[in-house]
Design a protein around this ligand. Structure first.
Ligand SMILES: Cc1ncc(COP(=O)(O)O)c(C=O)c1O
Length: 390
């Protein structure tokens, strides 16, 4: 008998035993709702924070402009023949918005992150990174075989300690953080990070995946809100969340862009992002800049939801924007709570290891500007006062 006849069954069994078994849900999206099976449920698991991905008026307007005169595929790597005006336009708009010299577009935020870190392979570069950073940042570090020093989440004292102890061992160094943390829902101390990066001669990287479009002048993110865009060397965003499209955007200097183009294997060896998606991304970027009313509505909804959840005794950690983790402390309880909400018409999956530590298992809620207070009331009534049940 070959090994794999039992291997996959064993793997599945172990995942189920650890409450870590995952399945792809068959989903149909309908505004702020999704349809799974025969049920229509409120979607509290969407990153389409401003409701742009399915905005039929914008889609119609956009498609009119491009009838028959755009390529659907990029046909090759950007460095072979995959460049197009739509990709260059998305880059120019992003750089201007973020107020950096230039930008580079990749097929996704995941690609952007792995491209940046992996580009430093074999250059004696180490990385100081917040423990809560996204998997794509870690995967980039692994792909580049870079030495990694992780500091406890948002702990600037520990970052300083690590810099003092290890910085001098390496020729080059990077400090990397998310701006708004995707699982914890709290924000980074970008000012402190940029100062430490200067003091210890490091490149600073901030991933604005969840904050782009949500805050800052014209939605330009937390780094711009704190006026640190010139102090941070690389600012990353994804087109797949508030921008309602897809793609990974890297804002940086011309020198860094040239370095990435020449050194990033995910850029060199993968087909460039589709021109129609890049064009849609440019279109939604322009819309997002003007969506101040939606940003204000979103903010008042997230403040209200968090306040009410806290009053009911739920632990929402240090979250302070539209991502609200309801921390259950165990994957079993997270699954229980998620199921309870599901039975009450609310979709919000349990977040468990390996995405987060077991003790940080949670039901993660994402508020979008498509929601109304009545939706929040539905959540609050469904979740009840008692924290957890067995
Ligand atoms: C912080 C962060 N960076 C990068 C990504 C990856 O972006 P994309 O979904 O465009 O690949 C995500 C996605 O969840 C994320 O949360």
């Amino acid at each position: 008998m070959s090994w794999f006849e039992t291997f996959f069954a064993e793997q599945e069994y172990q995942l189920k035993e650890r409450n870590q078994y995952r399945q792809i849900q068959a989903i149909l999206r309908k505004g702020k709702h999704i349809i799974t099976g025969k049920n229509q449920v409120l979607n509290l698991a969407s990153n389409d924070y401003l409701g742009l991905a399915g905005n039929s008026q914008h889609i119609e307007d956009f498609l009119k402009q491009y009838k028959n005169n755009i390529f659907m595929g990029s046909t090759s790597s950007r460095l072979i023949s995959g460049d197009s005006p739509e990709l260059r336009e998305a880059e120019e708009r992003f750089a201007k918005w973020i107020k950096k010299e230039t930008a580079l577009i990749l097929p996704s935020g995941y690609h952007a992150n792995i491209s940046i870190f992996a580009a430093f392979q074999e250059t004696d570069t180490c990385v100081f990174m917040d423990k809560s950073c996204h998997a794509s940042m870690y995967d980039g570090v692994k792909l580049g075989s870079l030495k990694l020093y992780r500091y406890p989440h948002n702990n600037m004292e520990m970052l300083l300690k690590l810099l003092k102890k290890h910085r001098a061992k390496h020729k080059n160094a990077i400090i990397a953080t998310e701006a708004l943390f995707s699982m914890d829902g709290d924000t980074a101390d970008i000012k402190n990070i940029s100062q430490l990066a200067k003091e210890y001669d490091c490149i600073s990287i901030v991933d604005e995946a969840h904050s782009i479009g949500i805050t800052g002048p014209h939605g330009a993110g937390i780094t711009r809100k704190t006026e640190l865009e010139q102090d941070i060397d690389i600012i990353i965003a994804t087109g797949g969340k508030a921008l309602g499209a897809a793609g990974g955007l890297i804002a940086c200097s011309n020198k860094i862009r040239t370095f990435l183009i020449n050194r990033s294997r995910p850029l060199i060896y993968s087909t460039a992002i589709s021109p129609i998606i890049a064009a849609w991304l440019s279109y939604t970027m322009e819309k997002v800049k003007k969506m101040q009313k939606e940003r204000e509505k979103l903010k008042s909804l997230w403040e209200y939801t968090r306040k009410k959840l806290k009053q009911k005794g739920y632990n929402t950690g240090n979250s302070n924007m539209q991502i609200i983790p309801i921390i259950t402390g165990s994957s079993k309880q997270a699954l229980f709570l998620s199921e309870k909400l599901r039975n009450n018409g609310i979709y919000s999956p349990a977040i468990r290891p390996p995405t987060v530590r077991e003790t940080k298992s949670c039901v993660r809620i994402s508020i979008t500007s498509l929601m109304e207070k009545t939706d929040i009331h539905q959540l609050l009534e469904s979740i009840g006062d008692t924290q957890y049940e067995s």
